[in-house]
Design a protein around this ligand. Structure first.
Ligand code: OOG
Ligand code: MG
Length: 246
């Protein structure tokens, strides 16, 4: 299968809400080719009217690397349609998970890592909804890259003025019960490092981070299954909380 056909296979899995076998079971796919598949699949979304809205970093914490068995930092693209306002329709997802994130708001165009520190317009606590398109939520590095780093949705709390959040406590609760707790320091030692990596990777790919875009720095803890009828709250010390229902 060519790269465009692989992108169409992943895109169909999203639309049909049906898991597919890993691409690497049949196709010889390296990481570089996988990023081309990712970009082609995003192109299909753009063709349906979705607009790029940001970047997400993956496997920036040890907790996530250990959970998923992948040991390289990856990145993916967010579109406006992925933004969750208050509720997630889990019936439209295959096997969703949720994880606590630190989010940055871009205030000025960023073309390289050198631009990014001065371009931060805000920081917030956030969450990411993941939905691997692969059976059993299981993949190799090229598979998950091609699958846009399992991105399905994201939400952010109130934006705060730029500030250092290199070591703030983070808590994720479902129906009032703590399900994950950690520190933002789990994200590459400081989520700003992840933001700089996002700027470097996007720049190398010829993508400018635009004003209004959001960068998800990566989960501070492992992800947990997102059931139907749940109320999730993610809190980060000093940044307040963000809530979502399913
Ligand atoms: C891949 C996405 C990883 C993160 O924050 O580390 C990620 C996955 O776990 O399926 O978004
Ligand atoms: Mg994430």
């Amino acid at each position: 299968m060519n790269e465009f056909a692989l992108a169409e296979t992943l895109d169909a899995a999203v639309r049909d809400v049906r898991a597919i076998p890993r691409l690497t079971d049949k196709a010889a796919l390296d990481v570089e080719a996988a990023y081309r598949v990712q970009r082609a699949a995003i192109g299909l979304r753009e063709g349906r009217g979705e607009a790029l809205a940001g970047v997400k970093m993956g496997f920036t914490s040890r907790a996530k690397m250990v959970q998923m068995g992948v040991h390289d930092v990856i990145w993916g693209l967010l579109t406006d349609a992925m933004l969750v306002e208050s509720a997630v329709d889990v019936d439209g997802l295959i096997h969703p998970r949720i994880e606590p994130e630190i989010a940055y708001l871009i205030g000025r165009p960023v073309r390289s890592a050198a631009d990014v520190d001065a371009a931060v317009a805000g920081v917030a606590v956030g969450f990411e909804v993941l939905d691997s398109r692969y059976e059993d939520f299981s993949f190799t590095l090229p598979d998950v890259v091609a699958d846009n780093a399992s991105a399905a949705g994201y939400g952010v709390g109130a934006w705060h003025d730029p500030r250092y959040v290199s070591n703030v406590g983070m808590l994720m609760e479902i129906d009032g019960r703590a399900v994950q707790a950690g520190s933002s320091a789990a994200i590459l030692g400081d989520p700003m490092r992840s933001l700089r990596a996002a700027a470097r990777l996007a720049g190398a790919a010829g993508i400018t981070l635009e004003p209004g875009w959001v960068v998800l720095a990566g989960a501070a803890t492992a992800a947990v299954p997102l059931p139907k009828g749940a109320h999730v709250r993610v809190t980060a010390s000093g940044l307040g909380s963000v809530e979502v229902t399913t």
